[in-house]
Design a protein around this ligand. Structure first.
Ligand code: SAM
Length: 362
C-alpha cells in the first residue's frame, strides 16, 4: 500500500492484551518453528553482519508469542558467536495493533529477550508487510509467525460464507489472485531489506491440497451463528455480506509458485532453504479431552476465535450503530458461539494446516 494512505484496520487482533491471553494455539506454532529458527541463526554467523545485527519480528501483535523465539535468537547469538554484535529487535505490525500491550510485554516480561541482557535494543514500526518497512540491506534476520495469510484487502465476496476456503470456484479465484499479488510484494520487499546471507523464517498458516485451512468446522459454526442472528433481526444481511475475513490459506504449490513458474522471484535474491508442512494439534480440544469439560472448551475456544477474528468480523457493523448497540451484537454472537461450541467440541476443533519456511538472500 502506498505510504500516506490509511492502512487496513481489519487485520489486527483484539486489543487490551486479549490476544496475548488467548493465543496459545499460535504460541504452539511459534514453538514448533524454533529448530528452524536456530538453524537460520547459526547460518547467519557467516553473513557479513556489522557491529549491529537487526532482527525484524513482522506482525508481532502483542508480543507474547514472540518472546520465546526472540529470546532464543538473542541468547544463541550472545552465547555462541565468537564476535557478538549489538542486537536490535524491531517489532512491526499494523497501526491499529495494541502497541501498549506489546511494549508492556517486551519491557517487563521475565521471558523477554531484554531480561537480564546487555547490548540488546527494542524498537518498533507500524507498517504493513505489504510494503517497504526497512532500508535496503539492513535486516539480518526476519521472523514472521502466523501473519502472511492476512491479505492487504478483501478481494471480493464469499457468497453464503465469510471464510475464503468456502468460496466457490469463481470467487476463490479472486482471493487466490490477491494472495498471489500480496505474496509477491512481501517477497520483493523482504528481498530488498535483507542483507546478503540474511535469513527470513516464516511460520505460515496455509492449506492442504484442497485449499482447506483446517478450521472449516469452526468457521461453519461461526457462519451458522451469524445466519441465525440475521433471522432473529440482530444483524443485517448487508453487515453479514461485509464480514468476509480478509485471510487466504495458500497451498504448498502457492507458497512455492514464485520460484517454480515466474522469473521475478529470482530478482528478489531470495531462495527457499526449507519448507515443511504439518498439522497443528488443537491445544484446547486436548485440554477438554484430558479431563476438561465442554463448557470450559467453549469459553476458551470462543476467546481464541474472538482474539484473532473479532476486529475483522465486527469492523463490518453498520457505522450508524452506537457503541452500546455494537457491544450487544458482539456479546450475543459470543454467547451463541459458546453454546454451539459446547454442543460438539470435536466437530468445531480446528486442525490448522501450517508450514514453516526458511528463505536465504544471496
Ligand atoms: C495471528 S496474529 C500473529 C501474531 C504473532 N506473530 C503470533 O505468532 O502470535 C497476526 C498478526 O498479523 C498482523 N497483520 C495482519 N495483516 C498485517 C499486515 N498487512 N502487515 C503487518 N501485520 C499484519 C495482525 O495485526 C496480527 O498482529
Amino acid at each position: 500500500m502506498p505510504r500516506g494512505q490509511s492502512s487496513p484496520s481489519r487485520g489486527h487482533m483484539l486489543g487490551h492484551g486479549f490476544y496475548n491471553r488467548h493465543s496459545q494455539e499460535q504460541g504452539l506454532a511459534n514453538q514448533l518453528a524454533l529448530p528452524l529458527l536456530m538453524r537460520a541463526v547459526d547460518a547467519l554467523e557467516r553473513a557479513p553482519v556489522g557491529p549491529e545485527l537487526r532482527v525484524a519480528d513482522l506482525g508481532s501483535s502483542q508480543g507474547r508469542n514472540s518472546l520465546l523465539p526472540l529470546a532464543s535468537v538473542v541468547g544463541r547469538i550472545q552465547r555462541r558467536w565468537s564476535r557478538v554484535p549489538a542486537i536490535s529487535v524491531i517489532h512491526t505490525d499494523l497501526p491499529g495493533n495494541d502497541w501498549t500491550s506489546l511494549f508492556n510485554t517486551v519491557l517487563t516480561s521475565p521471558d523477554s529477550y531484554l531480561a537480564g541482557r546487555e547490548g540488546v535494543f527494542s524498537l518498533a514500526s507500524a507498517a504493513s508487510v505489504y510494503g517497504p518497512i526497512f532500508p535496503a540491506g539492513s535486516i539480518a534476520l526476519g521472523y514472521s509467525a502466523v501473519v502472511e495469510h492476512w491479505l492487504s484487502r478483501v478481494p471480493g465476496p464469499v457468497t453464503g460464507h465469510l471464510w475464503s476456503p468456502r468460496a466457490g470456484e469463481r470467487e476463490r479465484a479472486a482471493w487466490a489472485d490477491q494472495a498471489r499479488k500480496d505474496w509477491r510484494v512481501f517477497l520483493t520487499e523482504r528481498g530488498r531489506e535483507l542483507i546478503q546471507g540474511g535469513r527470513m523464517v516464516l511460520v505460515l498458516s496455509g492449506a492442504d491440497e484442497q485449499g482447506l485451512s483446517g478450521a472449516e468446522g469452526l468457521m461453519d459454526l461461526v457462519n451458522r451463528v451469524l445466519g441465525d442472528m440475521i433471522l432473529a433481526g440482530e444483524l443485517t444481511a448487508g453487515e453479514y455480506a461485509a464480514m468476509a475475513i480478509p485471510t487466504y490459506y495458500r497451498t504448498r504449490a502457492e507458497w512455492l509458485a514464485p520460484w517454480n513458474s515466474s522469473s521475478w522471484a529470482r530478482g528478489t535474491g531470495l531462495s527457499v532453504e526449507h519448507l515443511e508442512e504439518f498439522v497443528l494439534d488443537d491445544v484446547y480440544l486436548e485440554q477438554c479431552q484430558n479431563g476438561g469439560d465442554a463448557g470450559a472448551f467453549a469459553e476458551d475456544y470462543a476467546a481464541f476465535f474472538e482474539a484473532a477474528f473479532q476486529p475483522a468480523l465486527f469492523g463490518a457493523l453498520d457505522p450508524k450503530r452506537g457503541e452500546e448497540d455494537r457491544r450487544q451484537v458482539r456479546e450475543l454472537f459470543a454467547k451463541r458461539l459458546r453454546e454451539g461450541l459446547a454442543q460438539d467440541p470435536a466437530a468445531c476443533s480446528a486442525r490448522w494446516w501450517m508450514a514453516i519456511m526458511s528463505l536465504v538472500k544471496s
